[in-house]
Write a protein that binds this ligand. Structure first.
Ligand code: NDP
Length: 316
């Protein structure tokens, strides 16, 4: 039978390119988990995806109710769930003021981490009950947050979760900070913090559930896809200069198509079944197991993050 992969944020950028790459093999059905139903269906059509290769299901990660409703809806499709890809993200580098999810969390961490945390926890039992040979839960990471040992990981503001006091306080700006470490709002840092959360969450899933469920947990840095909508809120000059800068100076640039193939590899390649791994690609587009920065591989922090997140999304 075909495999079924749920991909969040499949309406553009990396998520769409991955959906297309998987659909084209004829071996995958993609559940496109998107906040804008019409945009997602149009994007799939424009990408040339066969109408039988995908199903769009509404998911707004900025609302925990929407996440729970998505889980109910997806179960009603009565398709097995073999792979889940947490890919959607918001990035608000120029925001002066924080914005909030329906549940009152700062938006970047609320969508990128907390929404996905609830989704992944809910869908774990579905993955577990699938009879697919290699079941996977993938959370998209980033070099800017996960590798403070690299140039890209050292551009300020740097990710830092501190002692998680802001998160523990609810991350809502009401009696607590909107930043995980308790500091002042900074949109670029909030994004990087959320990506560290993504990578810590993947590893904590691995420690808690890999043996028991047989599910492979993985993260990846697909390369710098300087053309995606992720940079839509950046200043115009940045958007003009960033793609050539990445192409010619840092040489970290990858096309959306190439990045989509990389993520599709993490979804389906029979040789990438190892769990707990953060995948990256070298200049020849060969995958390798990358190292994470100290904070992004801190097991105590991962455990603490897990426990606080559980409370915030109503699982504990
Ligand atoms: P895009 O902005 O193109 O895609 C982000 C997707 O997330 C869109 O489909 C968007 O939906 C969706 N999304 C945003 N908010 C929500 C929400 N509340 N609920 C549901 N979906 C939502 O960016 P990319 O493709 O670049 O980003 C994809 C992933 O890749 C992210 O995890 C990002 O951190 C990661 N990444 C990107 C890099 C890059 O260089 N671009 C580098 C490293 C990692 P909509 O279409 O409706 O706006």
């Amino acid at each position: 039978r075909k495999g079924t992969a749920v991909i969040t944020g499949a309406s553009s950028g990396l998520g769409l390119a991955t959906a297309k790459a998987l659909a084209e093999t004829g071996k995958w059905h993609v559940i496109m988990a998107c906040r804008d139903f019409l945009k997602a269906s149009r994007a799939a059509k424009a990408a040339g995806m066969d109408k039988d290769s995908f199903t769009v299901v509404h998911l707004d990660l900025a609302s925990l109710d929407s996440v729970r409703q998505f889980v109910r809806n997806v179960r009603q499709l009565e398709m097995p769930i073999d792979v889940v890809v947490c890919n959607a993200a918001v990035y608000q580098p120029t925001a002066k003021e924080p914005s909030y999810t329906a549940d009152g969390f700062e938006m970047s961490v609320g969508v990128n981490h907390l929404g996905h945390f609830l989704l992944a926890r809910e869908l774990l039992s579905d993955l577990q009950s699938s009879d697919y040979p290699s079941k996977r839960l993938i959370i998209v990471g980033s070099i800017t947050a996960g590798n403070t040992n690299t140039l890209a990981g050292n551009v300020p503001p740097k990710a830092n979760l501190g002692d998680l006091r802001g998160l523990a306080g609810g991350l809502n700006g009401v009696g607590s900070s909107v930043m995980i470490d308790g500091g002042e709002f900074d949109g670029a840092k909030a994004y990087k913090d959320s990506k560290v959360c993504n990578m810590l969450t993947m590893q904590e899933f691995h420690r808690r559930y890999h043996e028991e469920t047989g599910v492979t947990f993985a993260s990846l840095y697909p390369g710098c896809i300087a053309t995606t909508g992720l940079f839509r809120e950046h200043i115009p000059l940045f958007r003009l200069l960033f793609p050539p800068f990445q192409k010619y100076i840092t040489k970290g640039y990858v096309s959306e198509e190439e990045a989509g193939k990389r993520l599709a590899q993490v979804v389906s390649d029979p040789s990438l079944t190892k769990s707990g791994v953060y995948w990256s690609w070298n200049k020849n587009s060969a995958s390798f197991e990358n190292q994470l920065s100290e904070e992004a591989s801190d097991a105590d922090k991962a455990k603490k993050l897990w426990e606080i997140s559980e409370k915030l999304v109503g699982l504990a």
